[in-house]
Design a protein around this ligand. Structure first.
Ligand code: PAF
Length: 278
């Protein structure tokens, strides 16, 4: 695996390939990320991952400074997963001057849910992803469905700017008890880790209610919020939305249940696509 830190080097190295397949990350890699690399591999003629902890997508009170940086093990894991090129720019390489030109995604999609609770988050994500796309010039890029709204926001950005990049969504990887793998799970102590599974259980209960024919979505959402609150969580949202655009459902259409909740000081997100009745 080639580790590349500068743009000229990256351009020089990737110039000989026609179809880079790209997995952007912020490092602290787990099996979910490695699934993304495995999805990317057969889709391109060179597999490129990036590690860059993007300051622009953290709010001032969030965990930018303490976000886990696990360089050596990340490199080992990427290599073992078959990554060919790791692009790991430092801040001065990616943002040599203050990044005043930013991508502002469509508010209907990006100012709700995560965008509501983390204002500016998707501006930071879209700006860095656009910039990484400009650096790597991939033909395919793989994102996890764990960050469901992020995947939709990126797809929309790519469509609106007519970027010649196929965006692939990869299924969420879960621990044996059902907890979605996340870099932030590392913040959980043992008791919190045991409790954390309740987030995915709450999503399953929401899905089961819909599948059982319940159509009072507000009641389903309120029950989910209450069930987590009663266990000491602080849920930001537990909602049922249309998969296509994350707006409130109006009729029978593919749905996704989405959740974000704080357990102690750790904020977890998860989601579940609700299988449609046959
Ligand atoms: O999903 C992530 O890890 C980040 O939001 C991304 C896409 C790498 C942009 O920094």
């Amino acid at each position: 695996m080639h580790v590349i830190r500068t743009l000229p080097e990256l351009r020089d190295h990737l110039g000989r390939f026609e179809r880079p397949a790209f997995v952007p990350t912020m490092g602290n890699l787990h099996d979910g990320h490695l699934d993304l690399v495995r999805q990317a591999r057969p889709r391109g003629d060179v597999t490129v991952a990036s590690i860059f902890v993007n300051r622009l997508q953290f709010l001032p009170h969030e965990d930018f400074d303490t976000y886990p940086r696990t360089w050596d093990s990340d490199c080992d894991k990427l290599q073992a997963a078959g990554c060919d090129v790791l692009f790991a720019p430092d801040e001065r390489t990616l943002y040599p001057e203050p990044q005043t030109c930013k991508v502002h995604p469509d508010g209907a999609l990006a100012d709700i849910l995560e965008g509501h609770f983390r204002p500016g988050f998707f501006v930071g994500v879209c700006t860095v992803v656009m910039k990484l796309f400009a650096c790597v010039q991939p033909r395919v890029a793989v994102f996890g469905k764990k960050d469901y709204q992020q995947l939709l926001v990126i797809r929309h950005m790519v469509r609106q700017f007519a970027l010649p990049i196929e965006i692939v969504g990869s299924e969420t990887r879960r621990a044996d008890d059902g907890l979605a793998l996340s870099s932030r799970n590392g913040y959980l102590d043992q008791a919190a880790r045991t409790e954390a599974v309740q987030l995915s259980l709450a999503l399953k209960a929401m899905a089961a209610a819909v599948q059982a024919g319940e159509r009072d979505f507000a009641a389903i959402e309120a029950r989910a919020m209450q069930s987590l609150s009663a266990r000491g969580w602080q849920p930001d949202y537990m909602v049922l939305r249309r998969r296509a655009d994350l707006q409130a459902p109006t009729e029978a259409e593919p749905l996704v249940a989405l959740a974000a909740a704080r357990l102690g000081s750790t904020r977890l997100i998860d989601n579940l696509e609700i299988p449609q009745a046959a």
